[in-house]
Structures are given as C-alpha cells and as structure tokens.
Design a protein around this ligand. Structure first.
Ligand SMILES: [Fe+2]
Length: 480
C-alpha cells in the first residue's frame, strides 16, 4: 500500500523522501497497489485532469494511463480513473460500446476480489452507477467520500463535472464549499480548487464573489485556465464585452496551452464578438481556434462549442459556408448516443445546419424509443418533458414553423437548467426562443418577443445584441 502522492511533490523532493509518503498516508488517501510507479502515474493523470492540460512530456493522459495499466494491471484505482475519464467525457456509453461496458464490469469484478479501502469501494460504486445513467446517485457516493476525505481531488472533480451535467448549480458550488477549508495553500493543486469554487459561484449568480475567488486563484497560478474561464463567464453574464475581450487577450498566453479547455475559452472570447455584431472576428477565432481542435479530437466539449458557436452565428444571419458540413463529420457518429440531452441538442444543431434531414430524424426517433422504455437513466427520464420538446423546437424553427417552436420552448424555459451545461451555454436556447417569437405569425407571440427582450435587457443592461434585437422587434411590431 502506498499513500496518495502528489506527482509535483515527488519531483520536488524525490522518491526517497519517505516522510512525504507518510504525510500523504496520514491524510488517509491510501491507494491499494504495491507499485510505486502506478501511484505516480495515477497522480500524473489526476493532475492533468484537474488542470485541464495534457502534459506531453509525460505522454499526456492517454500515455500515462497506458503506462499506469502496465505498471499494475490489478490496480483498482487505476481502472477507476481510466473508466471515470471515459464516462465523464460523455463521448462513449456502455449501452452502445461493448469495450467500455467490459472495462466497467471488469473494474467492478476486480474490486470485489481485493481488500480495498471503503473510499476506493465508493469510487468503484460511483462509476458503476454513473455508467448506468444514475448521475445523481453517483454524486451522492462521491459526496460520501468527500465527507470523510475532503482532499480526495478525484471525487471532488468527478462530482463537480457531474453536477454541471445535471444542471445542479448550487450543488456544484456547495460541494466545493464543504471541503474548501481543507484545501490549504500547502496542499498540492489547492489553487485549482479555488477555480472550481469560483465557477459554482458564477453559476449561482454571485458574480462579484466569483470574480474575487478566481483572481485569488490566478494570483497563485496565472496558468489556471478554469479560473480564467470563470472570469470569462462573469463578463459574459454581465455583457461586459470590452472588459471580456481585454481580459482574454491579456491572458491568452497563459491558457492557450491548456488543450482540454483552450477551445472553450476561445468560444467565450468569440461570444463577445457576436455580442458586438463583429461576426468576421468571431469567425476568425472559430476558424483558427475552435474548429481545428474539434475536428482533430472530437472531444464532446469541443463539439458542443462548435455547434453552439455556429448556431448563434446562424441566428444572427451569418453565412457559414462549409463549416456545418465539416462539423457533421464529427457529430454524425453520435446520433444514437443519447448520453446527455445537452449533447444531443448540440449534435442536432449540426445536423440541421448541414441540412441532413435523415440524421435529424434518426436522432429524434432513437431518442423517442429510448425515452419510451422504462429505464433508470436520469437523462432519458427527462427526454419526454425536456429533451424532445427542446430538439423539436429547433427542428420546427428550421422548418419555418416559428409559432410551433415557441409553443414547444416557452413552457419549458425555466426547466431547461436540468439538461445541464452553464447558463452561458444554455443562452442559445433563450436566443432561439426570442428569434422564434420575433418571426412568429401570431401577434401575441411577437409581443412575447418584446417581453422576453425586456427581460433580457434587465439582466444584461449593456448587451449590444439585446439592443439590436429590441430594434428588430420594434420594426416587426410597427409593420404588424
Ligand atoms: Fe464556459
């Protein structure tokens, strides 16, 4: 048995510093393996995940996972982190992917054959239920770990990401708050925990507090791309466009090498340009920094960013050339996934953008079929009330049936937080509703558009986009 070891700490003090091993063991984060190398690699993977950055000198996360498996094939927590990253990535599901299903089953079987700690067993159980779509239950199990092991970074980050998928905004904030006092400055990676907390704060509209905590994290480590991301959200939510542009430009050198998050931070940057109506500038960022990583990696967060960016530009009437078709090459294989409704609707945007009617229909029918069958899957349980009407609203809008799109979307608008994502990401649904209402045949719905824009203006008083839409609504109204 070895204690949980900070990889950074190992490099600093050397593996011979037994007292440091003991210090971690005293923290209670025991890893059941006889391989010191496996412990180091576990920590290397966790560090890269927690910091959103593949360290190529270590072989990246994939390289480290391969070496980890070789160092100790029977190391249960090695299987936990490997399977957990696959599942949290939301690009694969055990329902359709036999290899992933086998890996999860093998992890569970392995854990049952070993004398593990209670913490390790809870990690296995959390992934087991996550794989079966029981995301809230998985969070409960990670919380159970954190109550007794507040510095278990893997439990903290897995639960943080899963709350995000669930749209559990307060839980995302409070989960970190509950362990926050234990993450003192001497604990490795503690500044990143400030970043996680700051994001929970911004998603619960505590903008000033969020910005303060994110700046505290950046004062310790300016390369913390997630804390940069929090500040990008604060500026987005307040429509502080010039401040947002300046901040992203000034900090770009610090986060552009965070390969797992850079695309998303560029997405935030481009949103400011869409706000300003500077579409060419937004497209330049898209072409240089948002499309290439998505087309190369197919990572789901990158896919979501691509679909969302193109759809917002589409709503603004921007000509997009072949970009939808390029994106279709990445999204089409996910037509039947139905892992997260949030992902589904973003895949759908790309199908609609590329005018691929057959794939659009396939996504809708397979989602309907899965939603009809009784299942324990949390996301699928939301499909009839939220996922399907949301997807159908996009389809109706694209078919020119704007009144129908409003009828589908307006009643569920306050419930859509349950499909997950951030407030900034889900804003594309609000924009769709406004555009659909603006273009409706019914005068009542066009009046609704004006009301929705007043509401938007109250929340983001400096938004140039809202001003443009209000002018458009006034013009539509005067013509009626
Ligand atoms: Fe974001």
């Amino acid at each position: 048995m070895f204690a949980f070891i900070s990889f950074q700490r190992l490099i600093l003090v050397g593996a011979s510093d037994i007292s440091k091993f003991q210090a971690w063991q005293d923290a209670g984060l025991v890893l059941s393996t006889t391989s010191n190398e496996a412990c180091k690699l576990f920590d290397a993977v966790l560090t890269q995940y927690a910091t959103w950055t593949n360290n190529e000198s270590l072989g990246g996360i994939d390289g480290c996972l391969a070496k980890l498996k070789a160092a100790d094939p029977n190391f249960t927590m090695g299987h936990v982190i490997a399977n957990g990253l696959e599942l949290i990535g939301t690009g694969r599901t055990v329902r359709l992917d036999k290899e992933l299903d086998s890996a999860v089953r093998a992890m569970v079987a392995l854990s049952q054959s070993q004398a593990l700690t209670e913490r390790e067993r809870l990690h296995v159980s959390a992934l087991d239920v996550f794989a079966r779509g029981q995301l809230p239950k998985a969070c409960d199990l990670w919380e159970q770990i954190l109550q007794s092991h507040p510095t278990d970074l893997l439990a903290l980050k897995f639960s943080h990401d899963t709350y995000f998928y669930l749209g559990h905004q307060r839980q995302m904030r409070d989960s970190v708050a509950r362990v926050y006092p234990f993450w003192t400055r001497d604990v490795p990676l503690s500044s990143y925990v400030k970043g996680y907390y700051s994001f929970g704060l911004v998603e619960t509209n505590l903008f000033d507090h969020a910005e303060k905590v994110a700046h505290e994290a950046l004062a310790i480590n300016q390369r913390d791309a997630w804390s940069v991301h929090t500040i990008a959200h604060v500026n987005e939510m307040k429509a502080e466009v010039e401040k947002g542009l300046k901040f992203m430009k000034e900090t770009e050198k610090n986060w552009k090498s965070s390969d797992m998050l850079a695309c998303h931070n560029y997405w935030h940057w481009a949103l400011y340009y869409i706000e300003k109506g500077e579409y060419e500038a937004a497209l330049t960022i898209y072409d240089q920094h948002i499309a290439p990583p998505c087309l190369a990696s197919g990572n789901i967060l990158d896919v979501v960013d691509n679909s969302s960016m193109l759809y917002r530009l589409h709503l603004e009437g921007v000509e997009l050339g072949d970009r939808w078709n390029d994106l279709l090459g990445v999204t089409k294989k996910h037509t039947k996934d139905h892992i997260l409704l949030f992902n589904d609707v973003h895949f759908l945007m790309s199908f609609l953008g590329a005018k691929d009617h057959k794939t659009t229909e396939e996504l809708l029918t397979t989602l309907q079929e899965l939603a009809r069958a009784p299942r324990e899957d949390h996301q699928l349980s939301l499909a009839p009330s939220l996922g399907l009407p949301l997807c159908q609203a996009f389809v109706e809008f694209e078919n020119g049936n704007c009144d129908k799109a409003v009828d589908l979307l307006y009643p569920i608008r306050y419930e859509l937080v349950q499909v997950g994502g951030s407030d900034a990401q889900r804003d594309v649904f609000s924009l769709l509703l406004i555009h659909a209402a603006l273009n409706s045949k019914s005068k009542a719905k066009r009046n609704l558009a004006r009301c929705l824009l007043h509401e938007r203006d109250m929340m983001r008083p400096k938004s140039p986009m809202t001003e443009r839409l209000i002018r458009k609504a006034a013009a539509v109204h005067s013509m009626a």
